[in-house]
Design a protein around this ligand. Sequence first.
Ligand code: 3PG
Length: 332
Amino acid sequence: MPGGAPDAYLRVQPIFEAIAARVNNEPCVTYLGPGSAGHFVKMVHNGIEYALMQVIAESYDLLKRGFGLSENDLGAIYKKWNQGTLASYLLEITADIFYQVDDQSHKPLIDLILDEASQKGTGKWASEEAMDLQVPLPSIDTAVSMRDLSVLKSQREAASKIYSPRVNPQENDFELFQLQLYNALHAAFIICFAQGFAILQAGSIAHQYQLKLEDIARIWRGGCIIRANLLGQILSAFQAKPDLPNLLFDPQLGAHELLADQLDLRQVVAKAAHLGIPAPGLMASLAYFDTYRSAWLPASLIQAQRDYFGAHTYERSDEKGIYHTHWSHDER
Ligand code: 3PG
């Protein structure tokens, strides 16, 4: 994901193209833009990576604690899922991870790995930048927060003694749930990528990077951690409409696939809430979708409250202008 001086790129281009991964014989590298454009794109790549890893981890939790699946069963499920529309490097390695047996104990290695996720900070940078640009990335923000929550292991252990989460593995409807979870993950993947491409677009304008989202989708199809079949469709979306404001407006990914899959995302989120299994990445993704598709939001009340306590003013939906009201205190 190189950026910088265009003439400098011309000098290294043959080397980069020779060592890059290839998809359909095209190198997964291209000049992205001036200055820090390349670093910006890599930062957003990692933000998306955090969000995808979080929702995959939540699906693991639902299958393990919600339905009591063994590591071998989990490996088989993710392997199968990696054959379909969800095919991606992250799902591929997830299947491998469940099959890995510890050399010493001969137990599944995953069960011996401490449940505290580390981070070098690139997902946090993406969230920080998004807040500065006022681009909503709730799935990425949540993924960063959940890594932070995971490291509070001793507090979590103490809290679990007070609140004793009782997750009784479900016995019924596993076939149906498996299908719903697959579709829910597919919906969440689309929503996570939509957020990532939205900040690429906003960052490109703010920092004058002149990013071509089509090029970014093309080079992310191979050689990087978030490579996924979905990026082929994302590439088509930006080829058809380079200035698409949000991937949710792509007729195929949005109105066709996401509109169908969000029903199962809703079922999975409801099941997670019912079981008391945390699924914040899936929930944040669903909330982003539900908020984005709401023509009206209760932000009107927030504006009224701001004006009430701080005279921050508000705009009206029926007339232009800036308004302030002397709110009357109701004595009833
Ligand atoms: C990567 O390889 O994409 C990053 O090194 C992962 O970053 P993290 O340590 O913040 O998870």
